[in-house]
Design a protein around this ligand. Structure first.
Ligand SMILES: [Zn+2]
Length: 493
């Protein structure tokens, strides 16, 4: 940190927390009539060679004022390595997906108030990139600029979320993402939950044994008749349980191992970490199944820092946990014990935003070995600001979302119904922000983000302009909202 640089007669309002010294160059973020600009001030103009922009000579010094391009974001990360994504290992972490690319300063402010988390400001799944017409590189750059604006030098991570095929890896590997979430959901056989024993035997025999590097006989011998101790619990896996776990997750285990090898081949050792997620499946992951997944991944040499089982109850998008909390607590404690005994690794909460009733339970059960994943909730906070600052535009988006909901909800686990979502025409302007507290309206607005942000009606540009004009208000809303997530999750009990 340094003092605000003296720019002589150049009037350039500076984001005060952005100012950093990096090897003889003073870097800062400025606001101009044309938008945000990178400023770099150096005694030796050669020190500015990596940046692009206009050069101004100021006495002994040279000032560069440059656009927020990919080139400059890369040069900034090289000059200030704290802004380069890195792994966090077993430290508690939080992911802040940001579909608009403007939310990071608000996330940073919350992380300052509720410290202790490794922050993954950049996080976007392959599906979200497609729905928002963004690239992984742009997602990282937006998060870089946001962290820089707020002077966040505590380290950052970047989550390549829900990767399904080896081809998904490349666009995240190039820009330097550090956290790879492998989702083998397409290889989970949810029907195994209800299959009879004959069907399970057939499925078991047909598993991809060479890829699993074992045989049906050896796999059976590793479980049947054995007592598997996990802290103060003991599991004995009987034959139907093993057949069901293997039929349901065997192919997923093989797929994760293949993805892991592809990641190892592509990325420098030590620069990345793996999460395994089976959260987007229809049926919960039992303790025996979690044990099976973790033991088999270990046997295959896979190393991971966090795992997202599908928990009991429902983790719907942008709303609190739905289900019995005592049941959740008991079930979650078992998963946490398995994660400690077979790792240790963190338990990951996907669709983790707004689950206010489970954070304290999760923090205590995992003793802080936890990863929180949020995404759409920052978009909802943007809409909250819009509802308060541009009622007529908010009404337009709400009506558009209502029209799109039945189509867009197909790939999500949501239970909102349109008949319960209030209609915009029945509400006064002053009631509009309150819709962001209403269950059905939240889900309707949440799952339609892709349609809104890619609509030919130009909603995205208008939304970005509205937020830019009210940026402090947006950061305040995000800060308040994320403190409510991070604070309870940091109480290890
Ligand atoms: Zn997920």
């Amino acid at each position: 940190m340094t003092h605000t640089p003296d720019l002589g007669d150049i009037n350039l309002p500076i984001y005060p927390r952005s100012v950093i010294d990096a090897g003889g160059v003073t870097l800062f973020l400025a606001q101009t009539a044309a938008g945000k600009r990178l400023g770099a001030l150096a005694g030796d103009p050669a020190a500015l060679a990596a940046f692009e922009g206009e050069l101004y000579s100021r006495g002994e010094k040279t000032l560069l004022v440059g656009p927020l391009t990919a080139e400059n974001a890369r040069a900034l990360r090289d000059a200030a390595p704290a802004l380069k994504p890195r792994p966090f290992g077993l430290q508690a972490t939080a992911g802040c997906g940001d579909r608009l690319g403007l939310a990071t300063p608000g996330h940073v402010r919350a992380a300052r108030v509720a410290p202790g988390f490794g922050m993954l400001y950049a996080q976007q799944s392959v599906r979200e990139l497609m729905r928002t017409n963004r690239t992984a590189a742009a997602v990282l750059d937006d998060a870089t600029w946001g962290a820089f604006q707020e002077g966040w030098l505590e380290g950052v991570g970047a989550d390549a979320d829900h990767l399904k095929t080896p081809e998904d890896i490349e666009q995240y590997a190039g820009p330097g993402f550090s956290f790879y979430t492998v989702d083998p959901g397409a290889h989970v056989d949810g029907a195994a939950d209800a299959d009879d024993e004959a069907t399970l035997r057939t499925k078991f025999a047909a598993l991809p044994w060479p890829e699993l590097a074992t045989t049906a006989r050896d796999l059976s011998a590793a479980y049947l008749g054995k007592r598997i101790e996990v802290e103060d619990r003991a599991f004995s896996v009987d034959e139907p349980t093993l057949l069901r776990a293997a039929a349901k997750y065997g192919r997923a285990v093989a797929h994760v191992a293949a993805m892991y090898r592809a990641l190892c081949a592509r990325l420098p050792e030590g620069a990345w970490e793996l999460e395994v997620s089976v959260d987007e499946t229809d049926t919960p992951t039992t303790h025996a199944e979690h044990l099976f997944i973790a033991r088999e991944l270990r046997r295959l040499g896979v190393k991971w820092v966090s795992l997202a089982p599908r928990y009991v109850g429902r983790f719907e998008k942008g709303v609190d946990y739905i289900g019995d909390l005592d049941h959740f607590a008991a079930d979650f404690a078992g998963h946490a014990a398995i994660a400690r005994a077979l790792g240790p690794y963190k338990l990951s909460l996907h669709s983790g935003s707004d689950k206010f009733s489970v954070y304290a339970i999760a923090a205590q059960a995992t003793r802080g070995l936890v990863h929180l994943k949020t995404a759409g909730t920052s978009y909802l906070e943007a809409l909250r600001v819009l509802a308060a600052t541009d009622a007529s535009f908010f009404r337009e988006i709400l009506q558009f979302a209502i029209d799109r909901y039945e189509t867009d909800k197909a790939s999500y686990h949501v239970s909102a119904t349109l008949d319960k979502a209030p209609r915009p025409e029945t509400l006064a302007d002053s009631d509009l922000p309150g819709l962001l507290e209403q269950f059905d309206a939240r889900e309707v607005l949440h799952v339609t983000f892709g349609s809104v942000l890619t609509s030919e009606r130009g909603y995205k540009a208008r939304l970005l302009a509205g937020l830019a004009a009210n940026e402090e208000r947006y950061y305040d809303a995000l800060e308040r909202h994320f403190i409510r997530h991070l604070q309870p999750l940091s109480q290890k009990g």
